[in-house]
Design a protein around this ligand. Structure first.
Ligand code: PMT
Length: 409
């Protein structure tokens, strides 16, 4: 049986700019149409020197657009509508001029206004002479676009229109099509039917019956992950300490307070779990002798002796079975990456999720977070600052992909 294309029924805008590689775009239109995609071509004036709008219109079964106005009666091609209509936009070929305009937000033609109005993923297939490609300004523009999340489909090496040979040829239409196919491929859901133990909130270490040592964790980050795990079809064992939120529905809830209580509960649950994610802020020390009665303020100073708590994550991770996954969080204030990588290694983890208190949009009690995940194969990925629910979604999608790659079934 033939596999259904992931591009089927997707709405795709192909933005064609001036360059010899434009002559290959009819082939890309054909491939996408054959696989059931809806294709709208938008081309620049310069592109028309290399490929005719008529050819593109016939193959896409839609007028190929280049002007803001359809006729001199004032009917216009609504660029905002086009930008919002598309599931993906691919600029191919993208010359140095268009890359520069995109990087700097210039808007002097229909295609640029469609790009600026778009909310969908953007793909760019650069094509130019090798020195133009290597020029620091082009490379800096490509970097800027990449940092904004634009997918760059790298040019390939070979003979160029100038007669020179090197990097600068637009990727072949089949490769552009594959890039879109991969993008629309549903992401792997590693967590479906998995049993996941997640911790959230802060621990409290009693001083006496009325006081404790605690921290600022509210449980927002851990709860957001637990909720998303439920959405992904996992069975979720949620162990939480001191929190300010109501735990999400759909999980098995286990409330604990001290680090020792949290450890006991985690030890009970972990043997039957596939994955452990420790988002809780666990106290490193507890009071050696907890007073049985309320301590009276009889003296001017009070000394409390603290004793080290067990490291829950390290102990569970050191004793995990070969198929169990352990993921920790690292909350840092300085030398963040160094400390996170040290914890990844010392605690024997698959991944560590770094958040830094240096970042005003990250950490304790905030509604937002920004994290960088470091994996034990040396790879890493960043999730930019956004609502904790969105961070949780993106974190689990990325972990899902990484874990599926590590543990192919
Ligand atoms: O709850 P919020 O207000 O939303 O805030 C979220 C958060 C900032 C608490 C969360 O994103 C976070 O970073 N949690 C981990 C905080 C922390 O304790 O980091 P750490 O670097 O001290 O510990 C490293 C890892 O070891 C953590 O996974 C921690 O759970 C674990 N640990 C630490 C000490 C200990 N005795 N046992 C542990 O298991």
């Amino acid at each position: 049986m033939l596999r259904k294309s992931h591009c089927k029924n997707k709405k795709i805008i192909i933005g064609v700019t001036g360059g010899i590689a434009a002559y290959k775009i009819p082939q890309l239109v054909r491939l996408l149409k054959k696989e059931g995609a809806e294709v709208q071509v938008v081309l620049t004036e310069a592109a028309k020197t290399f490929v005719t709008p008529e050819t593109l219109a016939v193959l896409s079964e839609k007028p190929a657009l280049s002007q803001f106005f359809k006729s001199n009666q004032g009917e216009w091609n609504n660029h905002v509508h086009l930008g919002l209509w598309a599931d993906a936009i691919i600029i191919a070929p993208a010359g140095a001029n268009t890359l520069a305009k995109m990087a700097h937000g210039l808007c002097d033609n229909l295609l640029m206004s469609v790009i600026l109005s778009a909310r969908c993923p953007l793909f760019v297939a650069p094509a130019m002479d090798l020195d133009m490609w290597l020029h620091p300004s082009t490379q800096s523009n490509v970097n800027t676009l990449q940092q904004r999340g634009v997918h760059i489909i790298e040019p390939t090496e070979g003979e160029l229109a100038s007669g020179l040979s090197g990097k600068g040829r637009m990727a072949e239409p089949e490769d552009l099509f594959q890039g879109l196919e991969q993008h629309f491929q549903p992401t792997e859901n590693f967590f479906l039917n998995k049993r996941v133990l997640i911790t959230a909130g802060g621990t409290q270490e009693a001083i006496d019956p009325v006081r404790f040592i605690g921290n600022h964790s509210t449980g927002k980050m851990g709860f957001a992950i637990a909720e998303q795990l439920v959405n992904l079809g996992a069975t979720v064992e949620l162990v939480y300490g001191s929190v300010t939120q109501t735990p999400p529905i759909g999980c098995h809830h286990h409330h604990t307070l001290s680090a020792i209580e949290m450890k006991t509960k985690c030890e009970e649950l972990f043997p039957t779990c596939d994955v452990l994610i420790m988002a809780a802020a666990v106290a490193d020390y507890h009071i050696k002798d907890v007073a049985q009665e309320k301590i009276k303020k009889s003296s001017d100073s009070l000394t409390l002796e603290l004793v080290k708590n067990p490291d829950i994550l390290k102990e569970l991770s050191d004793h995990k079975k070969p198929n169990q996954i352990t993921i920790g969080f690292a909350l840092e204030t300085n030398n963040e990456e160094f400390h996170a990588l040290e914890k990844l290694q010392k605690k024997n983890l698959h991944c560590i999720v770094l958040n830094s208190l240096q970042n005003p949009q990250a950490g304790f009690a905030k509604d937002t977070n920004e994290v960088t995940v470091f994996c034990n194969d040396g790879s890493s990925f960043n999730i930019p600052a956004q609502e904790k629910s969105k961070v949780a979604e993106s974190l689990l999608n990325n972990l899902s992909k990484w874990l599926t790659k590590q543990n192919p079934s």
